[in-house]
Design a protein around this ligand. Structure first.
Ligand code: FAD
Length: 454
């Protein structure tokens, strides 16, 4: 009897335990269901849809080498799966476990009707695998990361299946091109096409390249002007590569670069561990007393747009917001600077930023995005970062963002390092003035914060 492999954010063949076990058990029918209803306000965003299209296309081509394919369906994922399993008389549905609340609900629904086997494999450890001394899940990153490190290395990655046997008859499938995942008019994806290679093979190419660079990560990761971080985030998000594969490829590399990098990979597990405990974490603040901190929606509306368009008058903030728009990705240091600017300099609710990033990032991730936004805002279950207000101009200089600004803010491309972080009025040309002074914004934020604390 055929085995169904239910694909979601696990679009790879190697170290894909659902695929591995299904291929050993019988003919395989890989299925992807595009479900835009179950996730509610977190349906896959614009840039991520572009990535998804390329990634499904790439996996289809890899499966084509085995004369296999992906069956594409659209609608309520759980109902589609159940119906398909019954239609083809599947013995079993294999899937990698996911922790987003809509996927957990779908997993429960499918398991109620058909034989669903859930595998772990998109994280170093399953959520809940490490606990505090009293047996509770961790809420704070540092003790969590120590506990995870104690369990490392992760299990050896599985090979891709040698052979994939085919079903006697393929069920009907949608056409990927009909899903409209790619932008049509205007075509805003040119910058993304130029910046990214999508798919499992591309993820491994980048990992190979990165294995020669990770030694410099400790210094390089903070410098937006250079290629100093792995840029594996969309590949990891879409599951084109597994963290166990990344770990085993790199952990022989000695030195501080690898040690720091390993901690970032663990941040990803941490975020998953948080949403497993608090499923609506990306949707609501967890620390009390923040209700009246943010400015009301109406007067903040224009400021939000100015930030989204990268027209704040702070070069490093604008470079980041424009990098995001053009490439679907933003450097981590600059994600922190732009996020802090929105919630502190502009006093806008972090959820507006979370939404914008969700729509614009190719690596938009329910856990990572929500956890990082709440961390910057100080509204989450971990330490309170609100009073630590980042100074964008100082950050820009300290982390040498000159070339980065020249690349993404063409109005300033001819300015030298000495002035580019904070150009004087007569050298700004068409570039807008600062929407609010740093000192004034800082005082406004701290005073609003004190008031909200009563
Ligand atoms: P590297 O520095 O090479 O790190 C390696 C991997 O570790 C990353 O690919 C990522 O999977 C993981 N990682 C690194 N930093 C973090 C972190 N702080 N939290 C969780 N995982 C991390 N990351 C996302 O994958 N999706 C998001 O939607 C997302 N939203 C963010 C929003 C804000 C406001 C901030 C401050 C950070 C956000 N991050 C998000 C985390 C981080 O910025 C990106 O993972 C990183 O910039 C991706 O680039 P990289 O692959 O070169 O990272």
């Amino acid at each position: 009897a055929p085995q169904i492999v239910w694909l979601r954010r696990d679009l790879r063949l190697a170290d894909q335990p659902a695929f591995h076990d299904a291929a050993q058990a019988g003919p395989v029918i890989p299925v992807y269901v595009l479900d835009d209803d179950a996730p509610g306000d977190h349906a896959i965003g614009g840039a991520a849809r572009w990535w998804l299209h390329q990634s499904l296309d790439s996996l289809s081509r890899d499966l084509g080498k085995h004369r296999s394919r992906i069956v594409l369906r659209r609608g309520d994922a759980a109902s589609e799966l159940i119906q398909l399993a019954k239609e083809v008389g599947a013995q079993c549905v294999h899937a990698i476990r996911h922790y987003e609340p809509w996927w957990r609900a779908a997993q429960r629904k499918v398991a109620g009707e058909v034989n669903l086997v859930l595998h772990d494999g998109n994280y170093l450890l399953p959520a809940g695998a490490v606990t505090t001394g009293s047996g509770d899940p961790y809420k704070i990153y540092t003790p969590f990361s120590k506990a995870v490190l104690d369990e490392m290395p992760p299990r050896e990655p599985l090979p891709a299946p040698d052979t994939i046997s085919l079903p006697e008859r393929w069920p009907d499938s949608d056409d990927l091109a009909d899903w409209g995942l790619l932008p049509s008019k205007p075509d805003w994806a040119g910058g993304m096409r130029a910046f990214w290679q999508v798919g499992e093979a591309a993820a491994h190419d980048r990992l190979e390249e990165w294995s020669g660079m990770v030694a410099d990560y400790d210094d390089g990761r903070n410098l937006p002007s250079i290629d100093g971080s792995s840029r594996l985030s969309p590949h990891l998000h879409w599951g084109e590569i597994s963290p166990a594969q990344v770990w085993h490829r790199l952990h022989g590399r000695r030195g501080q670069g690898w040690a720091t990098f390993a901690k970032e990979i663990i941040w990803r597990d941490y975020a998953q561990n948080v949403i497993a405990q608090f499923p609506d974490y990306p949707r609501k603040s967890y620390r009390d007393g923040y209700g009246d901190l943010w400015r009301s929606r109406k007067p903040a509306r224009n400021d939000l747009q100015t930030w989204q368009r990268g027209m704040t008058g702070y070069p490093v903030v604008d470079a980041g917001m424009r990098q995001l728009w053009q490439t679907g990705w933003m450097h981590n240091r600059v994600r922190m600077i732009t996020a802090s600017f929105l919630v502190k300099h502009l006093l806008i609710d972090w959820r507006e930023g979370e939404r914008w990033f969700w729509d614009c990032l190719v690596d938009a991730d329910y856990g990572n995005n929500g956890v990082n936004w709440q961390w910057i805002s100080g509204t989450g279950v971990d330490s309170n970062m609100f009073p630590r207000i980042m100074a964008p101009l100082t950050q820009s200089e300290k982390f040498d963002a000159g070339d980065y600004i020249r690349e993404f803010v063409p109005e300033l491309s001819s300015l030298p390092d000495e002035v580019i972080h904070d150009p004087p009025d007569d050298q700004r040309g068409d570039y807008p003035p600062k929407m609010i002074g740093h000192k004034e914004a800082r005082e406004r934020a701290l005073s609003a914060y004190r008031k909200s604390r009563g």
